[in-house]
Design a protein around this ligand. Structure first.
Ligand code: CA
Length: 243
């Protein structure tokens, strides 16, 4: 919570110097709750933002693609196409516009889901308007994030931005967990990674986590990326090698 408090403190009252930097900043609000969308448009316009509103997923995606926005406020639950699908699609098209996601507090989705699919920040509804403004300011100041670097080990290529994996140019379809395991290993390519380290970092292991889960997933992964790409180092762990 420290981070949130710090960002609230960072926000400056309307009329102070920093507010000027927001004048003309172009925002897209994708929100199907008409009253909330109207309130955001009114409030943010008064701060100096130029605000467009879309009321469903497909409309939001279309505007985000072509509108040249500085940031997008994106609801998760939207008619037509969820906010997750919208941001995932934008990232797949190599559109890196900063995205702040809004989600209901029902716990159906969590923060990790939103950030996983390419959002830059996340707020849970109901949110404080002051916090929203502070987060937006931070996002806009940061600007469009640099595209995450593609990882390549031999013929194995992993793009963290689109979560696409290829082996010798051929698409490899991975589940979320397989992907997480491969990304962890590829970021440590050439190094032996122990089973314990994988359990801690890829599984957030609890005492209930099956001890053989790593072997099982290593097996799944090998079937997809090729046995030669993932070595077992007896008694020590696993190592990604350039196939
Ligand atoms: Ca909604």
């Amino acid at each position: 919570m420290n981070r949130r408090r710090c960002e609230v403190a960072e926000s400056t009252p309307a009329g102070s110097g920093r507010r000027d930097t927001l004048i003309g900043v172009r925002l897209l609000v994708v929100e199907d709750e008409a009253r909330l969308a109207a309130a955001l448009q009114r409030g943010l316009s008064a701060e100096g933002f130029v605000v467009d509103v879309a009321a469903d997923g497909p409309g939001g995606l279309d505007l985000a693609r072509h509108g040249g926005y500085d940031a997008v406020i994106l609801d998760v639950m939207l008619p037509g196409l969820s906010g997750y699908r919208v941001v995932r699609q934008l990232r797949a098209e190599r559109n890196w516009v900063p995205v702040l996601m809004l989600s209901a507090k029902d716990g159906e989705y969590d923060q990790a889901d939103g950030l996983d699919c390419g959002a830059d920040d996340y707020l849970t509804k109901p949110f404080s308007y002051v916090v929203l403004l502070a987060r937006l300011r931070a996002l806009v100041r940061r600007g469009t994030p640099a595209r995450p670097a593609v990882l390549a080990v031999g013929g194995l290529v992993l793009d963290p931005a689109t979560r696409q994996v290829t082996r010798d140019g051929v698409d490899v379809g991975l589940t979320t967990r397989e992907y997480a395991l491969l990304e962890y290993l590829m970021r440590r390519a050439g190094r032996v990674v122990s089973k314990t380290e994988l359990l801690d970092h890829v599984w957030d292991a609890t005492p209930e986590t099956a001890p053989n889960v790593v072997e099982v997933y290593v097996g799944y992964l090998r079937r997809k990326i090729g046995r030669d790409a993932l070595e077992t180092v007896r008694g020590a762990g696993y190592r990604i090698v350039g196939p």
